[in-house]
Design a protein around this ligand. Structure first.
Ligand code: PHE
Length: 494
């Protein structure tokens, strides 16, 4: 087919050598191919710069209708009537009407032309032979030679719906500025070889298309995890929470653990779970009053609590670590709140990175993001905690939430949060929560009847569920597919 096409293209070029111009309709009959194919050939030729010039014209021509084609094949209705009458010599008009196609028209035309006579219902021929002009005209029109048919007769055939006007786009081609008889493809690129061997001098080059659309420039994409983070942030803001400042990865054990009534022998404070800093190894300054209160509540108890009853050591509290949870920021914000003269209820949240000395596997990383929310207000109860958490999780797309009693050193009661995942068809643990203990809140200077309800969850877990990843490394780290980053939609948990 490709060879055939090339043959036709060359033929067209050769036709142009002797002619100033040629139309696509002429080419169609010269090459004996359909007009459509000729249009295709002309398009191919005009894609080669300067080879040919193309001009398009709308040409109106005539085409026979089905009725017109019937007449070309069988004769006009009047001729059919004449033939039938001639064959029978003389016969009743009613018989003619029955026997001939469209006899009514044929009869009146044949009468008008004087081919037959009608005497009181008996029809007889009135000529020896006739010339079927209509048929002859239509034959000419079919052969595209309608100019030989007088205008008045053409108008009549049009009125009788024997032919119709069709308009076609005809291309007229002439030689271009760089007309040749060869079909060598122009080069699209100037190569070092062409320069070295000098062939560039004789080659023809495709000119630049300055109108072409450029390649879309690569641009930044949000990591799926951060798309989800933005979604969570939006939800918190919608619910009226303010964002806590979390711009500190390095914290003292004092704020991360002791302030949270986490005893100094607690296994989480072990080097196995926490990253300790070499430099600077220690923090030095703690609010002295507050530090005393923390020491007291740990070692001998206070506020009606008997404490843990051990020798609380400031040396342990000074050790710098990478924060193990964002609750360290919550406690610092609550401390600031405790220092203000007049307590104002608050709703706060944060979403930021924490660090744990974990063994890495498909679901654990040594650093991940925590989402943390808290409400501090007078006389809050467990019912408030359940209500607030339900509200939050419903808002992020989990309708079914349930709780399981749990233990945290700094909350009482504490509850693990489970959500039903419709896609996975099971309950999954999504977070941890509780009411901060008086041993934690009262040293901070908060009024005795203020309670704080709080909850935390990882950002990675809902992200894995949302994007259907079983391995955390598909979401975070060097093995993440860039296409994931470009293509993953903004998240909604559902
Ligand atoms: N800090 C807890 C954790 O790291 C989460 C939590 C926050 C629990 C607030 C209770 C209250 O898992």
């Amino acid at each position: 087919m490709a060879d055939d096409k090339e043959k036709y293209l060359l033929q067209i070029l050769n036709i142009l050598v002797d002619k100033n111009n040629v139309s696509s309709t002429e080419l169609s009959s010269l090459l004996d191919v359909s007009h459509n194919s000729v249009i295709g050939f002309i398009k191919s030729l005009s894609a080669r710069e300067g080879l040919i010039e193309v001009e398009s014209k709308n040409v109106v021509s005539w085409e026979l209708t089905d009725e017109g084609k019937f007449i070309v094949k069988n004769g006009s209705y009047e001729a059919l009537v004449f033939d039938y009458v001639k064959k029978n010599g003389s016969l009743p008009l009613a018989d003619v009407m029955k026997a001939v196609t469209n006899a009514k028209i044929g009869f009146s035309k044949a009468m008008a032309k004087g081919w037959i006579k009608n005497e009181k219902g008996t029809v007889t021929p009135a000529a020896d032979s006739i010339v079927d002009e209509v048929k002859q005209d239509l034959e000419l029109i079919e052969k595209n030679e309608s100019s030989q048919v007088p205008d008045s007769r053409r108008a009549d055939y049009k009125k009788r719906k024997l032919m119709k006007e069709v308009s076609t786009t005809v291309l007229i081609i002439t030689k271009g500025k760089e007309f040749t008889l060869t079909l060598e493809k122009p080069e699209t690129e100037l190569t070092p070889e062409m320069i070295a061997n000098g062939t560039w001098k004789t080659k023809s080059f495709k000119s630049y298309n300055f109108e072409a659309q450029g390649v879309p420039p690569p641009r930044g994409h949000l990591h799926p995890l951060f798309k989800l983070r933005d979604e969570f942030r939006r939800i918190f803001l919608e619910l009226g929470y303010t964002e806590m400042n979390t711009k500190n990865y390095v914290v003292s054990s004092f704020w991360n653990f002791d302030a949270l009534f986490q005893p100094q022998q607690h296994p989480a404070r072990d080097a196995h779970d926490t990253f300790f800093l070499q430099k600077p190894k220690e923090s030095k300054e703690f609010p002295p009053d507050y530090c005393e209160k923390v020491k007291k509540v740990h070692s001998v108890g206070n506020y009606g609590s008997i404490g843990y009853r051990y020798d609380w050591d400031i040396k342990e509290a000074k050790k710098n670590i990478l924060r193990t949870h964002t609750t360290v920021n919550s406690v610092r914000h609550l401390y600031a709140l405790g220092q203000s003269k007049h307590f104002q209820p608050v709703k706060m949240f944060s979403i930021d990175r924490v660090f744990r000395n974990e063994t890495l596997d498909a679901t654990h990383l040594a650093e991940f993001n925590q989402i943390e929310g808290l409400v501090a207000d007078y006389d809050l109860s467990l019912g408030d905690l359940i209500g607030v958490i339900n509200q939050f999780f419903n808002k992020i797309g989990f309708d079914k939430v349930k709780f399981k009693p749990a233990y945290n050193p700094y909350t009482e009661p504490s509850m693990e949060i489970f959500c039903y995942h419709d896609g996975l068809q099971k309950w999954i643990e999504v977070g941890n929560s509780g009411m901060f203990r008086p041993e934690m809140l009262l040293p901070l200077g908060l009024p005795p009847n203020v309670n704080v309800i709080a909850w935390g969850l990882s950002l990675e877990r809902p992200a894995m569920i949302k994007y259907g990843f079983n391995n955390i490394r598909d979401l975070v780290g060097p093995k993440v597919q860039l296409s994931t980053i470009f293509d993953d939609p903004i998240c909604q948990i559902k």
